[in-house]
Write a protein that binds this ligand. Structure first.
Ligand code: NDP
Ligand code: 2IT
Length: 448
């Protein structure tokens, strides 16, 4: 790791001292600070107003008990979180993650990334994130419902259309948003559609929200290729994960002429040289909620590898869409060795800093999650727009808006990287463009 400059090092030291043990939060803040040296040099007013120190401190952090009763009648206990990180640009906005690994450091890293991602979308949304260490795997629908109801029984008092608007993330999809919205409505006696996004299409949801993150990531990859005079046609792609983001990234990549030859889950990966059968994958993961072994069992051209690394499969384009730090230095070296030239993050912070360095040295185009996966939250903001105007837009119109937003983010990253002296660097471009927008709003709003 390089040293930070003398203005930024004390800021990072303070983050380490104030947030002990929160490794993912340290990683995410450090990664932003690494891009900001030319910004503090050009904008002393940010340092004078302690903007960087303030943006690294959440406005509010809520931690609460979530008791619930399982199907056997046993009382279960989980911990709930909502970190309301920054509201300079709009109400706090960001997903909820239900996964046993969730603790404050993960929620804070995700909330921090969300601030700058949301700024990059150009929509009026601040940054926040929440979740619980609840593990939905193996739980019945009734158990998930009771958990969601208990979670919302505390969360409802902190959220609202103009305050804080949660959505999905790992372990939280349409089913969970339904139960959460039902309980919010029941407690408040208000049909406040704009309080949550990712709602069902029959009750206030937006077309394209389900597909948006994966589609957006592929639109971003397409822009990277276009800038190099190339396209997705005939390319070999790998996605990691096999959840919401991975499935729809694979779908859009396939529609644009690529062959998606592998995907993964926490048990291993499947290789399917004929290209993933997306209807089968959706049936296994979205309907039956089974493991990827069930995909390999049902498809002759596919085989399953237990454990191992999906990044050993040769590809032109890699789309990590599972979770943080899933792609490390050795994985990056394997990708480079096999001829991969583009990596776009569908997940949040899936590549370790070492892996990102490997890509930079090898000339692999690398798009960070806060730019490449912003299509999900951008479409959440489109859902909020539709709710506010009591309207619903067609699939084609909403998808066109999404594509325009992704093209715009790509252009803004490149222009900003140019303007601040690191041409072609999407990491610096995304960090600086997102940060400057939030910093200017914070300056205008005074010391709050
Ligand atoms: P899902 O819960 O739908 O899918 C997650 C996938 O990742 C599953 O295949 C899961 O496998 C795998 N996974 C999760 N944790 C691990 C782990 N520790 N090790 C290995 N595999 C793991 O989540 P999403 O698709 O919604 O989210 C994926 C990523 O995209 C996350 O980083 C999320 O923050 C990010 N993201 C999501 C957005 C959205 O709109 N949903 C928007 C922007 C970013 P298994 O089932 O075996 O656990
Ligand atoms: O990481 C993310 O951007 C999300 N999980 C989506 C957030 C949202 O509010 O749609």
């Amino acid at each position: 790791m390089n040293d930070l400059n003398p203005t930024l090092q004390p800021v990072f030291d303070e983050i380490l001292a104030r947030n002990p043990g929160e490794n993912e939060f340290h990683q995410a803040t450090r990664e932003l600070l690494d891009s900001l040296a030319p910004v503090v040099a050009r904008h002393p007013e940010y340092t004078d107003a302690a903007i960087i120190r303030r943006v690294c401190e959440p406005e509010r952090q809520i931690i609460f008990r979530v008791p619930w009763v399982d199907d056997a009648g046993q009382v279960q206990l989980n911990r709930g979180f909502r970190v309301e990180f920054n509201s300079a640009l709009g109400p706090y906005k960001g997903g909820l993650r239900f996964h046993p690994s969730v603790y404050l450091g993960i929620v804070k890293f995700l909330g921090f990334e969300q601030i700058f991602k949301n700024a990059l979308t150009g929509m009026p949304i601040g940054g926040g994130k929440g979740g619980s260490d609840f593990d939905p795997k193996g739980r019945s629908d009734a158990e998930v419902m009771r958990f969601c109801q208990s979670f919302m029984t505390e969360l409802y008092r902190h959220i609202g259309e103009y305050t804080d608007v949660p959505a999905g993330d790992i372990g939280v999809g349409g089913r969970e948003i339904g139960y959460l919205f039902g309980q919010y409505k029941r407690i408040t006696n208000r049909y406040e559609s704009g309080v949550l996004t990712g709602k069902g299409l029959g009750w206030g949801g937006s077309l394209v929200r389900t597909e948006a993150t994966g589609y957006g990531t592929v639109y971003f990859a397409q822009e990277i290729l276009r800038a190099r005079g190339q396209s997705l046609e005939g390319r070999t792609v790998i996605v990691s994960g096999s959840g919401n983001v991975a499935i729809y990234a694979a779908q859009k990549a396939t529609a644009l002429g690529a062959t998606v030859v592998a995907c993964s889950d926490s048990g291993g990966y499947v290789v399917d040289e004929k290209g993933l059968d997306l209807e089968l994958l959706k049936d296994v993961k979205e309907v039956r909620r089974e493991r990827l072994t069930a995909y390999a069992d049902a498809r002759e051209s596919a085989h399953h590898v237990a454990g191992g690394s999906v990044w050993d499969v040769p590809c032109d384009i890699a789309l990590p869409c599972a979770t943080q730090n899933e792609l490390d230095k050795s994985h990056a070296l394997a990708l480079v060795r096999n001829g991969c030239t583009v990596v776009a993050e569908g997940a949040n912070m899936p590549c370790t800093p070492d892996a990102v360095q490997v890509f930079a040295k090898a000339g692999v185009a690398f798009a960070p999650g806060k730019a490449a996966n912003a299509g999900g939250v951008a479409t959440s903001a489109l859902e909020m727009q539709q709710n506010a105007s009591r309207d619903s837009w067609s699939f084609a119109h909403t998808e066109q808006r999404l594509e325009e937003i992704m093209i715009g983010i790509h252009a803004r990253c490149l222009e900003t990287a140019d303007a601040y002296g690191s041409p072609g660097n999407y990491v610096d471009g995304a960090n600086i463009a997102g940060f400057v927008q939030v910093a200017d709003a914070m300056l205008a709003l005074g010391v709050i």
